[in-house]
Design a protein around this ligand. Sequence first.
Ligand code: F0G
Length: 401
Amino acid sequence: MRCVACGAVYPLDPRMFSCPRCGGLLEVVAAEPPGVSWAAWKRRRPGVWRYREALPVPPGAKPVTIGEGATPLVDAELDGVRARVWVKFEGANPTGSFKDRGMTVGVTVARHVGARLVVAASTGNTASALAAYAARAGLRAVVVLPRGGVALGKLLQARLHGAVVVEVEGSFDRAMGMVLEAAREGYAYPLNSFNPIRLEGQKTIAYEVADDLGRAPDYVVVPVGNGGNIAAIWKGFKELHEWGLVDRLPVMIGVQAEGASPLVKAWRAGLREPVWVDKPSTVASAIRIGRPVNWVKAIKAVEESGGVFVAVSDEEILEAQRILARRVGLGVEPSSAAALAGILKLESEGFFRAGEEVVAVATGHALKDPDAMAKADADFRRASSVEELKSLLRSLAGAEA
Ligand code: F0G
């Protein structure tokens, strides 16, 4: 493991969550696995564990898996957009978000090192993924959530899988602060993204995109909350590049909602540190985060790749959600739609060249957030007889003609 702040290097220790020397964030340094090639990987079933040599899992550990990864990469075929937009639909994971990739690896390692109780702060998706993987592994899960700040589907999903749900007053950032302190004092094994082992699972988004396209795309656009995912994806591409499995690297673009955009504010001001947002506010509740724990890694990913951070408004997010739902056929939650909103914003500024390949990481499923769907459109018709139904169908057919 290496400290991203001071560069100190340590042996892999799944119970070390910050640098003992300077307190900085740690990352796993993956050595080139002997004999890996696309051909060897492609002989296995698709999914996170196809790439197991590249994951920091001890040989004796039995994977806690529910079939995560292997999500579709959908050609969006968007009219009027010069770039070629692909959507990596992470909503197709077992609990409906990309968090499953991190949890399959994180919970596998947690169980292997003897953890009985696992904990995470969450805006909802981490909570439901942890709940499901802990259930599968026979571990007790506790999730700590901002009261009133979590989409209904996620909240109930966490309970359905049997996690203890703890609601706290205030924002996600307060919940995260509480979990950090309790975990540091050894009360439970933490599976938030300050745990670098979890992020190793999430880097397989990069592996799968390259596996599917046969190359790295020009751009990868990621909605950013804590900043762990964009860093994990960038790390994934860097590894593939180092190991000769892709011949170039993509440019990473981080998208935040205007009301919760500490990294965008820092970026615009030319700072290489975040500008904390005390009361983050956006319709995209999954990324309603004012103090991203992985800010160092997220800024590094964007900077090293030559990318940018962009902010999008709630209206732009909801419009992108509508486009994905009604033109592409993909139902995503608002936070996920932020990726396409960012692409459309950059496209309108002439950022992309014709034919450039852009992958939007659609992080979570629309079903996660029924209230957002209701707000987007809850216009229902009624028919009290078959005659009324026929008359409606006639008028719709007429409108078609
Ligand atoms: N999209 C969705 C749907 C998310 O749930 C999250 C994070 C992100 C994007 C941002 O990822 O934090 O790695 O930058 N959700 C966390 C949670 C905070 O608790 O579920 P990030």
